[in-house]
Design a protein around this ligand. Sequence first.
Ligand code: HEM
Length: 143
Amino acid sequence: MSVIPPSLQLTAGGTLYDRIGPAALADLVTRFYGLVAENPDLAPIFPADLTETAEKQLAFLTGFLGGPPLYHERYGHPRLRARHLPHAITPTRGGAWLACMQAALQATPSISQADAQELYAALARVAAHMVNTPEPGQIEPTA
Ligand code: HEM
C-alpha cells in the first residue's frame, strides 16, 4: 500500500520542469518581466534594468518546478520572504504580479494549459506569502 498521499504523487510526465522545459520557461520569464516593466504598480519597486532579476527568477523557478537547483547553487538559500521584505509588497502589488504572470503564461503557447494552471496555482500560494505591507492609507487592525 502506498504511504504517499495522492496530492504528493508525481503527475504523469515527470515534474513540471520536465514538461515545460528550459526554453519555454526562459520565454515565460522574459515575457513576465516585460510586463512587470510596463506595470504601473510594479515598475516603481523593481530595478530599471531587469536582466539580473530575470536571471535569478529563471534560476529559482528551474529548481522550484523540479529541475536542477540553480538558485541554491548560485545564490544560496532563497529565503524568499526575507529577500522581499525591503520591498513594500501590498495586496495590490501581489495581485499585479500574478496578473502579469497569468498574461505571460497565456502568451506562451508552448506551455500547455494544464501545466500553466498548475504553475499559476503554485505561484499564487508563494505570492500570497510575499505580501508584507498593507495598502497605503489602510490602518492595520490591532490584535
Ligand atoms: C507577490 C508579488 C511579488 C512582488 C511585488 C515581487 C517583487 C520583487 C522585487 C521588487 C524583487 C527585487 C528585484 C531586484 O532587485 O532584482 C524581487 C526579487 C525576487 N523575487 Fe519577487 N515579488 C513577488 C513575488 C514573487 C514570487 C511569487 C516569487 C517566486 C515564485 C518571487 C521570486 C523572486 C526571486 C527569486 C527574486 C530574486 C531574489 C534575489 O535577489 O536573489 N517573487 N521580487
